[in-house]
Every structure is written in structure tokens, then in C-alpha cells.
Write a protein that binds this ligand. Structure first.
Ligand code: SAM
Length: 289
């Protein structure tokens, strides 16, 4: 079948099935072949790869992935799209469509069933309403994933890449940089989608690290400290950490840990890089020993 990557073919398919776009599922379908090529190139997919696509929509990106990969498993939440995918992916025997929510999908089981337990590659034009939960789930769950190539809002891409002292720097930057090496693969304007989103987008490529770049005694504590620091961004770090309901430390313990980590008493969280947060989390852990 002719590829879907143009507005006419997309309209033809959605009209044939009487499909209406659902905002609640973040449905903005790609209609530009160059962008689809860029995603597949950035993901460096080969016939050796098993790719999980999050949210195939009508199968536009799936067709490109299926041509490049050995196997594609496409996870789609909207049941209205399942019969459409049956038609648009009929020529691709290496594609399996699963009708389910990606946040409830067991990727370790998928890696086992379709890739002999080897790491998966993730590719997606992500639904923007749950971009951060999806990315955080994939990073934190320690599922067997080697790379993620994802279309996100441009602003989310900037947050992933941001460093200390910038307005975009925050918990997402630190989490992404702890688990992965991110780079911006392409900027994508709204006219590459149907319907057009209000914001610009970016294709981000994340290579997951085998080892984190810093070592801490308690990873969960590190991320609780990071979230507390940015949850109250305008406060000093000492106040933000003392006030955080998720942390058990007294004012004195926080002051002692800051001093031990070599940080000024009035420092703000946004000034700390990942090694500084790691050092602080290590000193805080020692306070309760
Ligand atoms: N991949 C298609 C494309 O590029 O044209 C569609 C991308 S569209 C931005 C996002 C897709 O994710 C939609 O098909 C939507 O129904 C699906 N989706 C939304 N939430 C989901 C979830 N929790 N699990 C799986 N798919 C989801």
C-alpha cells in the first residue's frame, strides 16, 4: 500500500473509517515524509532491532519503522485505531499491534517475547499530555531499553538538555542526564502534523547509559532531594529540603549536609549540577546513619 506520509492519504484513511481526532489521547499525526526519515535515521534502526513504538496512530511512523527494523511492536491505547492499523500495516508481517496503555505495558515481557530478552529501541511521536510520565517510567523502571527516539514539545526537549543556572533546568534535566545521554536530532514545526499542534516540536534521541555518571548510596533519596529542590525553586535549597514532606531531615541535618558537601548555606537548587546533587544526597544519607 502507498505510504501514509502525506496529508491526502491521511485524510483518505481517517474519512474511510469515520475517525475523529481525540484531544484526550494527544493525537497529532505526522504528515511529512522528511520528518519520518529523520526519526528513523536518528534511531539508527537496523534489521537486528526490535522497536517498540508508543502510539502508532494510523500507522504512519510504523510503516517506516517496519521497513528498517527486524520487528516492531506498536502499543496503541485508542481502540478506534486498531481496525485502521489492521489495514495500513497489512503489508508488514514484522509488526505486532497491542491495544493497551503504554503506562501499563510490561516492556521486559515484550523484550523477552519478541527480542530474546535483548534491549529494545523505543521510537515514538509521543502524546504530549503524558510525555514526562512516559519518559520517566521508561528511565526509572530499568527496563531493557538501549535507545529512545521521541518527538516531544520543543520546550520539553530543551528541559532535557538544560544545565545548571538556566530557566529550563530542573528535575527532568537531571533525571534524563542521570539515566541517558540526550541530543536534539531535529526541530519540527507544527505544519508537519495533522491537526497542527499549537507548539513547535523536537525529535530527541536518548542513549541509555549502562552505568549512571555519579554514584550514590540511595538513588531514590537522590531523586527525592532533586524533586524537593525544584518543587520550591525560589527558596534556598536549605529551606526547600527542610520543608519537603517527602524528606525526613531536620534543619540542622540539612545545614550540616550542605556544609559537608562544600555548598554555601544560601545556595539554590538550580545552581547545582548532577555531581553536586549526588554529593549532597550522600551527605544527607550519612545524617541518618
Ligand atoms: N505515531 C503516530 C504519528 O506519528 O502519526 C501518532 C502519534 S500521536 C502524537 C500519539 C498517539 O499515541 C496517538 O495514536 C494516541 O492515541 C496514542 N496514545 C495516547 N496515549 C497513549 C497511551 N497511554 N498508551 C499508548 N498509546 C497512547
Amino acid at each position: 500500500m502507498e505510504k501514509l506520509s502525506n496529508p491526502q492519504k491521511t485524510i483518505e484513511i481517517i474519512q474511510k473509517y469515520g475517525f475523529t481526532f481525540r484531544k484526550k489521547f494527544g493525537q497529532n499525526f505526522l504528515i511529512d515524509g522528511h520528518v519520518l526519515d529523520r526519526i528513523v535515521d536518528a534511531a539508527r534502526i537496523t534489521k537486528e532491532d526490535c522497536v517498540v513504538e508508543i502510539g502508532p496512530g494510523i500507522g504512519t511512523l510504523t510503516q517506516y519503522l517496519a521497513e528498517a527494523a527486524g520487528k516492531v511492536v506498536a502499543v496503541e491505547i485508542d481502540r478506534m485505531l486498531i481496525p485502521i492499523l489492521g489495514e495500513t500495516l497489512a503489508d508488514y508481517p514484522n509488526v505486532t499491534v497491542l491495544h493497551q496503555d503504554i503506562l501499563k505495558t510490561d516492556l521486559a515481557a515484550i523484550a523477552q517475547e519478541y527480542n530474546g530478552g535483548r534491549p529494545l529501541k523505543i521510537a515514538a511521536n509521543l502524546p504530549y499530555y503524558i510525555t514526562t510520565p512516559i519518559i520517566m517510567d521508561l528511565l526509572e523502571a530499568r527496563v531493557p531499553v538501549s535507545t529512545m527516539t521521541v518527538m516531544v514539545q520543543k520546550e520539553v526537549g530543551e528541559r532535557m538538555m538544560a544545565g545548571p543556572g538556566t530557566k529550563d533546568y530542573g528535575a527532568l534535566s537531571l533525571a534524563v542526564q542521570y539515566y541517558a545521554e540526550p541530543y536534539l536530532a531535529a526541530n519540527v514545526p507544527p505544519n508537519c502534523f495533522m491537526p497542527r499542534p499549537k507548539v513547535a516540536s523536537a525529535v530527541m534521541h536518548l542513549t541509555l547509559r549502562e552505568q549512571p555518571p555519579v554514584e550514590v548510596p540511595d538513588e531514590k533519596l537522590l531523586f527525592r532531594v532533586i524533586r524537593a529542590a525544584f518543587g520550591q525553586r525560589r527558596k534556598t535549597l536549605a529551606n526547600a529540603l527542610t520543608n519537603a514532606a517527602t524528606l525526613p531531615f531536620t534543619k540542622e541535618q540539612v545545614s550540616a549536609a550542605l556544609e559537608q558537601a562544600g555548598l554555601p548555606a544560601a545556595v539554590r537548587g538550580e545552581a547545582l549540577d548532577l555531581p553536586a546533587f549526588a554529593k549532597l544526597a550522600t551527605c544527607l544519607a550519612e545524617q541518618t546513619e
